[in-house]
Ligand binder design. Structure first.
Ligand code: FAD
Length: 335
């Protein structure tokens, strides 16, 4: 494949990541963003589905906006392996030549995308938080945090195709489901054998979670250094439970060892967009705001009326978390 002959490449592809037959939530976000890019370029939005016995997912991808679904159905691809999936995706790309490939910046996407970019000898921008396309030059402007999150860099892939990016879960608008939407389906046969796959997955062990993951929650009650110690999260958990939500945290509390890193919201943590975000004793540093300022409604509780968190808050309560939160819990329990 001559990846410098840019004119051969067209269409926007979304890698439809699935695990054990369930689509990863970021796929719907990628389809939402991919639709905008495809419409600007006047090309098709396509999904690439790879796995074994995954045909049932095709209709869902079409309902969420895919004009065409390419799928690879091969029993050697039942479980994710870097070798197997990268080989399958590369063969699909070499055959159908997409102009843009988007993947989620999930564990699988972060593992797979660099392998594919390297095999195809093209560029990759990892962990994007913004994408723009200029139809005039067809170059994808890919924005991502750089230099440890201290500045935002916009990156282009000027000379080779496909233009590849991984996109952070939670930052793009989800595609809207339309059950009247129709689309085409193309099966891709890949040349792959057991000896191509150097790893063997013996068992998939699911981590037991006692709380809703940050990206799935409609309500997040998040704690900062203002809660003073790890015990403070117990009180916040009570508030989160009353609201049917989950716990979030600032990086400072994670660094202090008060809570697990998986709860960190922000530029170097998780980007969240819940319906309600309650920031308790969080100052509102730019790196924290970057991960939560798109929330539907933000409530901030802080003793300092000049804390920057109040600049993004819809409702601000100037007060001590240890006075305000217990009252909130009581009020909500009475409802
Ligand atoms: P503080 O800034 O110490 O704020 C504590 C707040 O609590 C203050 O506003 C104070 O007025 C208030 N308070 C004190 N007592 C009470 C009380 N009793 N009741 C109510 N309020 C009270 N941070 C993140 O969160 N996420 C990230 O992903 C992230 N990434 C980073 C990446 C880089 C490259 C860098 C340099 C920094 C990053 N940070 C991140 C750190 C960030 O800059 C801040 O240091 C951090 O967010 C501060 O956490 P905090 O708000 O909990 O603590």
């Amino acid at each position: 494949m001559d990846n410098r002959d840019i004119k051969q490449f067209k269409d926007v592809w979304v890698f439809a990541e699935q695990r054990q037959g369930t689509l990863t939530p970021v796929v719907v976000e990628l389809l939402g963003e991919g639709r905008k890019l495809a419409d600007k370029l006047g090309v098709k939005l396509c999904a690439l589905l790879v796995g074994s016995k995954v045909k049932d997912l095709i209709q869902t991808l079409i309902y969420y906006g895919a004009d065409r679904v390419y799928f690879v159905d091969n029993e050697l691809l039942e479980k994710y392996t870097t070798d197997g999936y990268s080989k399958a995706v590369c063969q699909a790309v070499e055959k159908y030549k997409p102009e843009i490939i988007m993947m989620g910046a999930t564990h699988i996407g972060r593992d797979l995308a660099p392998r594919i970019a390297s095999k195809l000898n093209t560029g990759l921008t990892a962990d994007c938080t913004g994408l723009e396309i200029d139809p005039e030059d067809g170059k994808l402007r890919q924005t991502r945090p750089a230099f440890g999150g201290n500045l935002m860099a916009t990156i282009i892939c000027p000379e080779t195709r496909p233009q590849m990016c991984t996109v952070r879960p939670g930052v793009m608008d989800k595609a809207i489901k339309d059950t009247n939407k129709t689309g085409e389906t193309i099966e891709i046969e890949v040349d792959i054998s057991q000896k191509d796959i150097r790893t063997k997955v013996l068992e998939i062990v699911k981590i037991k979670r006692d709380m809703i993951p940050l990206t799935d929650a409609d309500v997040i009650v998040s704690g900062g250094m203002g809660i003073k110690n790890a015990e403070g999260f117990k009180m916040l958990k009570e508030l989160a439970d009353v609201l049917g939500g989950t716990l979030g945290a600032s990086r400072a509390t994670v660094d202090a060892g008060w809570i697990d890193k998986s709860r960190q919201v922000g530029q170097t943590g998780t980007t969240v967009r819940p319906k309600l975000y309650i920031a308790c004793g969080i100052s509102g540093a730019i790196q924290h705001l970057a991960g939560m300022q798109e929330s539907g409604m933000i409530v901030a509780i802080n003793t300092n009326p000049n804390a920057p968190i109040f600049e993004v808050a819809d409702y601000g309560i100037v007060g001590d978390v240890y006075e305000v939160v217990p009252q909130l819990i009581e009020l909500l329990k009475d409802e």
